[in-house]
Design a protein around this ligand. Structure first.
Ligand code: COS
Length: 381
């Protein structure tokens, strides 16, 4: 049985605890889903989560726009990840893909949110390019003003939900200034002429992922999110919200690995006694439990700080993501060790956690970038 005592921490309000209960019960009944067709599984998960009302926290309600509840996002990701990594992915992309529209969209643009919150449209966040991942300010894709339109040309890659999304939030260079100050964000429907799925990318923990090619894709000027030239800050503001939630997903994977390991060392006998009787095994379990709790504290500190109205949580979110993803990797590696051969047996839960966790140290700001962010914030710059 997983430890859920953290829900009593003062970071939470009763609505978070109630939500966690409802979601846990739903997960036990509905997850995991069959992953044999990843695209179909993701579409199904979005529809199921939407129907059950669990996608509502991913975006603001256009009829009653309140700030995003980051604690709710984190609790949801942690819980889903503990049951099914693909369910967490499907949930997370509905939020990341629409984050810019939630935070900066006009009422007209926010009409997309009615669909994504209901699970009737899938969204994606298109920031990275073949030659600019960590160095966002160096992106090459262009959006050129042409009368009442913008024309987008270039490539985006590593785009989660690429190939199955209905709408993309795309960042491109509009040239107001060099570097970070000359980038803008656009809403691009997937069926826009000239938008091509150039390549589907297969990774160790499969999920829909693609390289996209924009061949003179024309969008109306009304597709611009926020002001022209503000795209970099807008992307960073979205990542400020969603980076803590990546940490929360890692926390869910780590908690599952810990839970499985606790059962394993209780049940498995070695040298005539339970595995847990070995002090070296007790050391592993202690390290894992400590890493899980410390990660949870950083994640829910960041989420609470944002929910309390802090305009930026760049430092807190970077710490939460860096620590939770790096430590979850270690927790899961220990779980593999404690499970012996089963830990690497294809299809075993620990084997799938081992594959799932790795990408989280790379996407939405690699661990190395988080260190740069934390160091700069600590130095006051
Ligand atoms: N919120 C709001 N504004 C922010 C911000 C944030 N979190 N972070 C930076 N800004 C602002 C800065 O204040 C600065 O504004 P001014 O020009 O008015 O001074 C501007 O944005 C540029 O910031 P900075 O100089 O720090 O930009 P850098 O090019 O040095 O970028 C890093 C710094 C590396 C931190 C940034 O590019 C980054 O986070 N990279 C990782 C991106 C990522 O997550 N990629 C994965 C894609 S999603 S899977």
């Amino acid at each position: 049985m997983t430890d859920r005592s953290f829900l009593n921490w003062p970071f939470f309000e009763q609505r978070h605890r109630d939500h966690a209960e409802r979601l846990e019960a739903w997960c036990q009944e509905n997850l995991p889903v069959d992953h044999s067709d990843i695209d179909a599984a993701c579409r199904k998960l979005v529809a199921m989560l939407g129907e059950a009302g669990f996608l509502k926290p991913t975006a603001v309600d256009p009829a009653d726009p309140q700030p995003l509840d980051v604690r709710m996002l984190c609790i949801t990701r942690e819980t889903l990840a503990r049951h099914d990594g693909l369910a967490d992915f499907a949930f997370a992309m509905q939020g990341l893909g629409t984050g810019a529209i939630s935070l900066f969209g006009t009422p007209e643009q926010q009409k997309w949110l009615d669909k994504t919150r209901a699970g009737k449209a899938l969204s994606a966040f298109a920031l990275s390019e073949p030659r600019s991942g960590s160095d966002v300010a160096n992106m090459e894709m262009t959006a050129t003003r042409d009368g009442d339109d913008y024309v987008l040309s270039g490539e985006k890659t590593w785009i989660s939900n690429g190939g199955i999304a209905d709408v993309y939030c795309v960042f491109a260079r509009t040239g107001e200034a060099p570097g970070a100050r000359g980038i803008s964000a656009f809403i691009v429907p997937a069926d826009s002429p000239g938008l091509i799925i150039a390549e589907r990318i297969d990774v160790v923990a499969p999920h829909p992922l693609a390289r996209l090619s924009f061949n003179d894709v024309r969008v109306p000027a009304s597709a611009l999110i926020g002001k022209a030239g503000d795209g970099f800050k807008l992307a960073m503001s979205v990542l400020d919200v969603f980076r803590s939630t990546v940490g929360a997903a890692a926390l869910g994977f780590a908690r599952r690995a810990l839970d499985e390991s606790v059962s394993r060392v209780r049940e498995r006998e070695l040298f005539g006694a339970p595995l847990f009787d070995l002090q070296m095994v007790q050391g592993h379990i202690a390290d894992m439990a400590l890493d899980v709790d410390a990660a949870a504290l950083l994640i829910y500190r960041a989420a609470w700080t944002k929910d309390e109205g802090a305009p930026r949580v760049t430092r807190e979110a970077a710490m939460a993501k860096l620590y939770a993803t790096d430590r979850a990797q270690k927790v899961i590696d220990k779980a593999v060790q404690l499970h012996g051969g089963d830990g690497v047996r294809r299809g075993h839960i620990i084997e799938s956690l081992y594959r799932e966790i790795r990408a989280l140290r790379i996407y939405e700001g690699a661990s190395d970038v988080q260190k740069v962010v934390i160091a700069r914030q600590t130095m006051g710059g």
